[in-house]
Design a protein. Structure first.
Length: 300
């Protein structure tokens, strides 16, 4: 979205910052609504044994409410900066958006496979498939559809190019992160942190919930939300607050929208424009009442 936004705002001769701010915050909020929206969601869903529908039905309404609040706050703040002249609007309306599509068959195939993957995720509990299996299956089907009509030598080249575009750095980052977190858990540090959490909150589940809610929201404003969630999950499970694992979703989204290093979407956007300020947005901080009132999710 960022390149398209920059291209359109350039033609409209208006600053791109309001639109980029809104996209960064909205992507973090929307990503928290579904099981596959963000890597931390998958981690939380796996730890709590949640399927796609249970995750969405419990977190989706809260994310939608926060998104509406973000839209209502963004418009009055940036209203004057987003006004363009009639001439510039007409120039944008005459742009040929279809010219940007360079491979229409691949676009149709991608849309069809994506629809099938989303449908399979919705019915994953009835299909007895894990989200990772569904995602990898969709990727394999799409690669097959994109390569079957080509000669075998061209197929090899296309597959090789596809593998070079995979974010291997991110994959190995997750591998290393999970190894480190497990090593820390085995060493006993997680038990110490869990004991501290129990000492702070006692047997009061509400106090534990608010502590985890605000703690993860504030900490994720400074550090990346992926290692934060990876660390919090074993601490919460060790402390015996298994339902609290589910509370990490909405509040880590709110914290991730605050500063540039806190989420993948924020880092990608800030990397495109190095002159942008460090502060991104505080408008998406999840409401503690909205998050704490989420009912327990049924486990599989």
């Amino acid at each position: 979205m960022a390149p398209v936004t920059l291209a359109v705002t350039r033609e409209l001769q208006i600053p791109p910052y309001p639109f980029l701010f809104a996209e960064v915050v909205a992507s973090n909020i929307g990503g928290s609504a579904t099981l596959i929206g963000d890597p931390p969601n998958i981690m939380i869903g796996s730890a709590a044994g949640l399927h796609f529908n249970a995750f969405f039905l419990n977190v989706g309404p809260a994310a939608a409410a926060v998104l509406v609040a973000q839209v209502l706050m963004t418009h009055p703040v940036w209203d004057r900066a987003t006004r363009a002249t009639v001439e510039n609007r007409l120039r944008v309306m005459t742009m040929n958006a279809g010219a940007a599509i360079v491979d229409e068959p691949l676009l149709v195939q991608s849309a069809a496979v994506l629809a099938l993957v989303v449908g399979a995720l919705i019915f994953e509990d009835k299909l007895y498939l894990e989200p990772a299996t569904i995602a990898m299956g969709g990727a394999a089907v799409l690669m097959l559809l994109d390569n079957w009509r080509h000669h075998r030598h061209e197929q090899a080249d296309k597959v090789a190019r596809t593998f070079t575009e995979i974010e291997w750095i991110t994959i190995f980052f997750f591998l290393g992160l999970f190894i480190v977190v497990h090593a820390v858990e085995v060493s006993g540090l997680m038990q110490v942190l869990a004991d501290k959490l129990i000492a702070m909150t006692g047997d009061n589940l509400a106090s534990a919930g608010y502590t985890i809610l605000w703690g993860s929201a504030l900490i994720s404003a400074i550090i990346d939300n992926i290692p934060l969630v990876a660390t919090f999950i074993p601490v919460i499970k060790t402390a015996g607050y298994r339902p609290m694992v589910r509370r990490n979703t909405s509040n880590r989204c709110g914290g991730a929208c605050r500063l540039a290093p806190a989420s993948a979407a924020t880092r990608r956007w800030s990397g495109r424009r190095r002159t942008l300020p460090w502060l991104v947005s505080r408008s998406a901080t999840a409401s503690p009442s909205a998050s704490s009132n989420i009912p327990p999710m049924p486990c599989r």
